[in-house]
Design a protein around this ligand. Structure first.
Ligand code: AMP
Ligand code: GLY
Length: 431
């Protein structure tokens, strides 16, 4: 039987999901997004431009195309109740309902939830509604704090004292903000990594660890972004960690799913590997962007089988992954993220990307070509036996794309940077 799958979202992450779904003959793909992503549009039988935070518009399109299943990429759609609306309209959606997406969309809820359910890896935290009280807490706290708005900020709202800002700058940031609530928590020091899990019917299937690069500029300088690029290794863990660290993260995800009850979709754990073990930076209620572009290309199990098993209420298939490393690099508009300049013409296509995979993100397809918007433009992903080879594939593709109007982090996945991560963890662990 052919399944009609509706994909919600138009970024690089969703282009990766689209490829994973369209890779089987048993699926007919439809997609909707705010921007016309040319990569997704090419794979889909139909593509509708609509506001993905509008549940009525999304369900209407699902009805029009006769969707049997849906997959939601962006967190804003989950927060807006798109999964609830689709489920209620009889379209099983791989993505949590609004209530359960709070594990991502409300950082105060997320920390209280971890504390109440004894989920391991929760840092010390306090939540504030009164920004002056938050400032006093900064003054009285012995050590550095991370300042986090409770709501969604596209990964750009956090300020870490002692890393990105001073205590005085953090207080100024709070006083000038119009945040309703903020979470202040102990600053975690270590190396970050992501583990994404497929979750449904109480079951958890984990995927290889990925390391994202949030900072805008090479050498981890500059403001936080949605993620400039990421890598994974041929093993489940990354070069700066060992298998036990990975398994510790998996235990945290399992404990979270057990406590969440009825969660479905992807649960994404963002972890800090510290000298004291694995701590939770945050959870996301969906695939990571860029991390989906590392994970889905090496998934050998049919992604459609996961979606169908989730809907049918049965056991999820065991996952199998190609033992290959991946390196993903985003090309972003000049000035991103603070002052992005849209409107550059994108000069790369799947043919000129060579051995690398090309994923379009927030670009717009017009009659005379593909143009950048103010968000991340496209990503190239190398897939090879080693991180170094995968990085070289990604770089070759970027060279073909040219740099006009675009910026990228060439250091991601290069041996120097990977080695720095290894040295950093060795130093912290004192070995
Ligand atoms: P989030 O939006 O929670 O993912 O935070 C964005 C980034 O801020 C994370 O990827 C970390 O690099 C940093 N960050 C968040 N919380 C902490 C923390 N408690 N300690 C250190 N860095 C943090
Ligand atoms: N790569 C970070 C995120 O998807 O939130």
């Amino acid at each position: 039987m052919t399944e009609t799958v509706l994909l919600v979202g138009g970024g690089g992450r969703e282009h990766a999901i689209a490829r994973a779904v369209a890779g089987t003959e048993d699926a007919t793909l439809y997609a909707c997004a705010g921007n016309r992503n040319p990569g997704i549009a090419e794979l889909a039988a139909g593509f509708e431009t609509l506001e993905t935070t509008n549940p009525t518009a999304v369900t209407a399109y699902a009805g029009e195309v006769g969707a049997d299943l849906a997959a939601v990429g962006p967190e804003a759609a989950l927060e807006a109740g798109v999964a609830d609306a689709l489920d209620d309209a009889g379209v099983y959606t791989f993505g949590p309902r609004e209530e359960q997406a709070r594990i991502e969309t409300d950082k105060g809820f997320q920390r209280r939830f971890m504390q109440e359910h004894d989920v391991p890896g929760c840092p010390d935290f306090e939540e504030f509604r009164d920004m002056e009280a938050a400032c006093e807490y900064i003054d009285s706290y012995d050590g550095d704090l991370a300042v986090k708005p409770a709501g969604l900020t596209g990964g750009k709202g956090v300020r870490v004292i002692g890393d990105q800002v001073t205590a005085e700058e953090a207080k100024e940031y709070l006083r000038e903000s119009d945040y309703d609530r903020v979470v202040l928590e102990e600053r975690l020091v270590g190396e970050e990594f992501t583990v994404q899990a497929f979750v449904a019917n109480g079951e958890v299937r984990v995927t290889p660890a990925v390391q994202d690069h949030k900072r805008a500029y090479e050498g981890d300088e500059g403001p936080n972004t949605g993620g400039m690029g990421s890598y994974s290794d041929a093993a489940l863990e990354l070069p700066f960690m060992d298998e036990d660290d990975y398994l510790e993260a998996v235990d945290v995800i399992q404990a979270t799913v057990d406590a969440l009850e009825g969660y479905k979709g992807v649960l994404y754990g963002q972890f800090m590997l510290t000298a004291e073990g694995v701590k939770v930076v945050e959870f996301n209620a969906r695939f990571g962007d860029p991390e989906a572009m590392n994970t889905l290309p090496v998934l050998e199990t049919d992604f459609l089988d996961v979606l169908v098993a989730a809907r049918e209420g049965g056991s999820l298939p065991q996952l199998s992954f190609a033992r290959q490393a991946t390196v993903c690099k985003y090309a972003v508009p000049d000035g991103y993220p603070t002052d992005p300049q849209a409107g550059a013409r994108v000069a790369i296509d799947e043919n000129s990307a060579g051995d690398a995979l090309l994923f379009y993100a927030s670009v717009d397809e017009r009659e005379d070509g593909i143009y950048t918007t103010t968000s991340r433009s496209f990503a190239v992903v190398g897939v090879a036996d080693t991180i170094t080879e995968a990085e070289e594939q990604a770089e070759a593709a970027l060279a073909a794309a040219g740099e006009e109007g675009l910026r990228m982090r060439h250091d991601i996945g290069k041996p120097d940077l990977v080695q720095r991560r290894i040295d950093h963890m060795r130093e912290l662990r004192g070995d």
